[in-house]
Design a protein around this ligand. Structure first.
Ligand code: NAD
Ligand code: FES
Length: 296
């Protein structure tokens, strides 16, 4: 059992929890995720790691309820426990595993949107701890939905907050800030990391393509087992079939067909959709979801 030490609301419908998971905290790196199960019969929910404390043996997760299981998570309080807390899963961010001296030469821009702001924080924090200051754009619909502002201010001197309605910080979506920084404000970057809703990552990639700016995105398709077996998280990157849980979740955003990824995400939710995907995807469908008959 994994004890919840702290549970509460960060903003709007966004929740934060600090969970006692020493083995995960000891090994995890920015970019990785965990799969959490509330009880024996609970659904397996993938959640990105927002922060970790190796000494205290804790992991901070941030989530937005989108189904029955995550809705039940919101009712948990400090003192309650998760049945399973599996991780760290996925590959760590390249920026935290590449040669440090090479990373130090890079000018890095992070673009964080909505709940996707949570997985951006550990990367910026890790870079700051290793002497690298990155620029960070944080976008939210309104002032009330801006999260982790103080934490980001502690790890970067260049934080650009923007709200869609202009109620706080700059006005407009994150893509407008990318354009403003790179044109009117004369900034240039070697790499951009964009994490948020799929539609945001799509438009960030279209924007950065104009500047020939390499862009990494973190894909969060539906996941079931998180071990590369079930095929649920299949993504096409360039001409290659990848599985976000083991090959990602970070990929070169300029190689992703976001429209196809969003369409697949919607299709995977229905039995008929999964049956059609099984036909189209052949061997790479895997069928381990147990719903489409592919594993029978
Ligand atoms: P949101 O809809 O509030 O959007 C956040 C910001 O993204 C906006 O303020 C805006 O600046 C930008 N954005 C949105 N649409 C855009 C567009 N068309 N063009 C340019 N910029 C755009 O975000 P939310 O409600 O917090 O998002 C929830 C979604 O985020 C869920 O679907 C969840 O699955 C996803 N998510 C993704 C990750 C990840 O790792 N990629 C992590 C957590 C959550
Ligand atoms: Fe990635 Fe199953 S969740 S293959």
């Amino acid at each position: 059992m994994y004890k919840i030490l702290k549970a509460g609301k960060l903003a709007g419908n966004i929740y934060e929890m600090v969970v006692e998971a020493p083995r995960v905290a000891k090994r995890c790196l920015p970019g990785q995720f965990v799969i959490v199960k509330m009880d024996e019969k609970g659904e397996r929910i993938p959640l990105t790691i927002c922060d970790y404390d190796r000494e205290a043996g804790t992991i901070t997760i941030v989530f937005q309820p989108i189904g029955a299981s995550t809705e039940k998570f919101t009712r948990l309080q400090a003192g309650d426990s998760f049945r399973d807390f599996v991780g760290p899963l996925g590959r760590p961010s390249d920026l935290c595993t590449d040669d440090l001296e090479e990373v130090k030469k890079k000018k890095i821009l992070f673009v964080a949107g909505g709940v996707g702001t949570a997985p951006v924080y550990p990367q910026v924090k890790w870079l700051h701890e290793h002497g690298i200051e990155a620029d960070v754009i944080v976008g939210a619909k309104t002032k009330d939905l801006v999260i982790l502002e103080d934490k980001f201010r502690a790890v970067t001197g260049n934080l650009y907050i923007t709200t869609d309605d202009g109620s706080y910080g700059r006005s407009g979506m994150v893509t407008k800030v990318i354009d403003d920084l790179m044109t009117e404000e004369g900034k240039s970057y070697d790499v951009c990391v964009a994490i948020g809703p799929m539609i945001m990552m799509k438009f960030c990639c279209l924007t950065t393509k104009k500047y020939n700016l390499k862009t990494i995105v973190s894909m969060n398709p539906i996941m079931v087992d998180g071990t590369g077996m079930c095929g649920a998280c299949r993504v096409v990157v360039g001409d290659e079939v990848k599985f976000a849980c083991v090959d990602g979740p970070e990929f070169d955003g300029h190689l992703i067909d976001f429209d196809a990824a969003m369409k697949r995400q919607a299709m995977y939710k229905t039995e008929e959709g999964r049956a059609l995907l099984k036909l189209r995807e052949g061997d790479t469908h895997h069928g381990g979801c147990g719903n489409c008959g592919g594993d029978k």
